[in-house]
Design a protein around this ligand. Structure first.
Ligand SMILES: Nc1ncnc2c1ncn2[C@@H]1O[C@H](COP(=O)(O)OP(=O)(O)OP(=O)(O)O)[C@@H](O)[C@H]1O
Length: 540
């Protein structure tokens, strides 16, 4: 912060100004100026120095407290901040003594006023256009944290103790920690546990554990309420795609663990909750899966799964896996179809309330049984497969339990609707449908994604015929997202609302959010803001 910046910014509205002593240390006087842009701290000793600024966006809040018995006159307030130093946020706590009045009660009131105003300004702005879908975690706040001790290279518990615990306690956030004991443990708990007393469910691992929690919530009879429980991600896996994406949307530089973990813990403590799109995926064998990240078939899913054996190396496993698979490059046969985003946009003008309209409220968005069926545009549930999951494209339940209609999808045993596009090639090197910007902490695969609620799926595919060297260049450029500027004629990108992938064989690897599923035809459609995630907001 130089003097020039200070005088420019000092034009912002001054809210409070006062002289206090900073403690501990020599009893130097400081002038504090709280403005709409930050808290300016200027030392008064000798020649007044340049004020240091504490940005509200870097501040977790402040609290006032009584001094020690030896200081019956003074009252104190502490400001807890995590300013970025280089690529990493570092804790910086500033404590000031208020003792300007001979009346201790007046000093108490002053300290409490400062603490209250600083905390108010540190509270993130909640966008108003999304209604109740945007909110703040309540205070006091109670989290349920699922931690996978084997995520990434197995250091989640020590990372938690070192980086997460201190920040949560500074933010006075309570939590219950569940260390998962086996695959699907988190899914079972998300499906069966009474979650009422928790304000958010947090995953400390990679994307696989988040996938379990999302799908566990969607397994519940009360899924329509459960899936609105705010989720949080604390990266301790090897890919950490969701965490990296959230970090990117907030305008932060691309960083890896533990810097990424510290940023995500900071977002959690700030507590901004935003809607998150989920993609509903139906498979030919009738499975209904919910995805927050990606569906991959071909090169990407092969690398992801084949590199499992290098797990101990952390994210470098994907680089090694890419090089290994490039040497044995193969093609994957099948059919790919999609509903382009613009096409859907025009035809959706007579939409079902909520499923496609981002401005509708949550209650509108969940439709009930027959009424939803009458309103659906492309609802094929009334055709041959009515009442079963197969080919119906609906999250079907009996009685009064809400039904989530996949209104854009035709049954999988029928052709795609006429206004869909069927890709003419039937041999691919990769097919990838993503709804987040990153596929890993250093895999900036979809730079066009700007937030959790873009209401789009980005379909990428590369037909057979791409030279190995071009593919390698694309993957190397993906680290900083510049692959899209290569104008590679082999890489096709289409923003879509729905897609279908029909592999001709049954032996390929298909992943949803990095988790392997059976190799069979599947299709998916985006549901705007179906889930909610604690995040760092969106850069303006
Ligand atoms: N206690 C456990 N023991 C073994 N596996 C577990 C345990 N808890 C969870 N799992 C499984 O570990 C798998 C990997 O977890 P996760 O995806 O979160 O980490 P990761 O693979 O390192 O990260 P990423 O998905 O970001 O690459 C998940 O499929 C999850 O089901």
């Amino acid at each position: 912060m130089d003097l020039k910046t200070w005088s420019a910014e000092s034009s912002s509205e001054i809210l409070l100004c006062g002289g206090f002593t900073q403690v501990p240390g020599p009893p130097d006087e400081y002038v504090l100026t709280l403005t709409t842009s930050g808290l300016y701290v200027q030392r008064l000793k000798g020649t007044p120095g340049v004020p240091e600024v504490v940005r509200h966006s870097d501040c977790l809040g402040s609290c006032a407290f009584r001094g020690p018995p030896a200081d019956p006159l003074g009252y104190y307030f502490i400001v807890t901040t995590y300013p970025p130093v280089g690529r990493r946020r570092r804790e910086l706590c500033l404590t000031f003594r208020v003792g300007g009045s001979p009346d201790p009660e007046a000093n108490r009131q002053t300290a409490e006023t400062w603490a209250r105003r600083i905390t108010q300004l540190a509270t993130p702005d909640v966008p108003t256009h999304g209604g109740a879908e945007y909110s703040l975690l309540p205070r006091p706040c109670q989290l349920l944290i699922f931690l996978n001790p084997h995520g990434g290279h197995g250091a989640a518990l020590s990372l938690f103790k070192e980086h997460v615990l201190p920040m949560l306690s500074k933010a006075e956030i309570g939590f219950s920690l569940i260390v998962t004991e086996r695959p699907n443990h988190a899914r079972e708990l998300a499906r069966e546990k009474n979650l009422d007393r928790f304000d958010a469910l947090v995953v400390m691992s990679g994307d696989g554990l988040m996938y379990e929690v999302v799908n566990g919530l969607m397994d519940r009879p009360d899924w329509s309420v459960a899936i609105k429980k705010p989720l949080g991600i604390l990266p301790a896996g090897s890919g950490n795609a969701l965490a990296a994406s959230v970090n990117h949307y907030s305008g932060h530089k691309q960083v890896m663990n533990p810097d990424l973990l510290i940023n995500c813990t900071f977002y959690l403590c700030k507590g901004l909750v935003s809607p998150m799109d989920l993609v509903s995926i139906i498979t030919a064998s009738g499975k209904h899966i919910f995805s927050f990240l990606s569906v991959a078939w071909g090169f990407v899913s092969d690398v992801d799964i084949e590199s499992e054996k290098y797990r101990m190396l952390g994210s470098i496993r994907f680089t090694i896996g890419t090089l290994v698979r490039l040497t044995a490059l193969r093609t994957y046969k099948g059919r790919v179809s999609y509903l382009p985003a613009e096409e859907e946009g025009t035809s959706a003008s007579t939409t079902i309330p909520g499923l496609l309209d981002p401005n509708s409220s949550h209650s509108e968005r969940l439709s009930f049984g027959t009424q939803a069926r009458q309103n659906s545009i492309y609802n094929f549930c009334n055709s041959n497969n009515m009442g079963t999951m197969e080919g119906c494209g609906g999250h079907q339940r009996g009685g009064d339990i809400p039904t989530l209609e996949d209104s854009l999808l035709a049954p999988l045993d029928q052709s795609v609707p006429k206004h869909w596009t069927v890709v003419k090639e039937e041999k691919f090197v990769l097919v990838l449908a993503v709804q987040q910007s990153h596929l890993g902490a250093d895999l900036f695969s979809a730079p066009m994604v700007t937030g959790l609620n873009d209401r789009l799926i980005h379909l990428f595919y590369i037909p057979a015929g791409i030279p190995r060297s071009s593919l390698l260049k694309l993957f190397l450029a993906m680290e900083d997202g510049t692959h899209m500027t290569h104008n590679c004629p082999h890489l096709v990108h289409v923003p879509v609302k729905a897609f279908r992938i029909e592999p001709f064989g049954s032996k390929d690897i298909i992943t949803v959010d990095g988790e392997v599923i059976e190799c069979e035809p599947l299709q998916g459609q985006v549901h705007s803001g179906l889930g909610r995630l604690v995040n760092g907001g969106r850069k303006s």
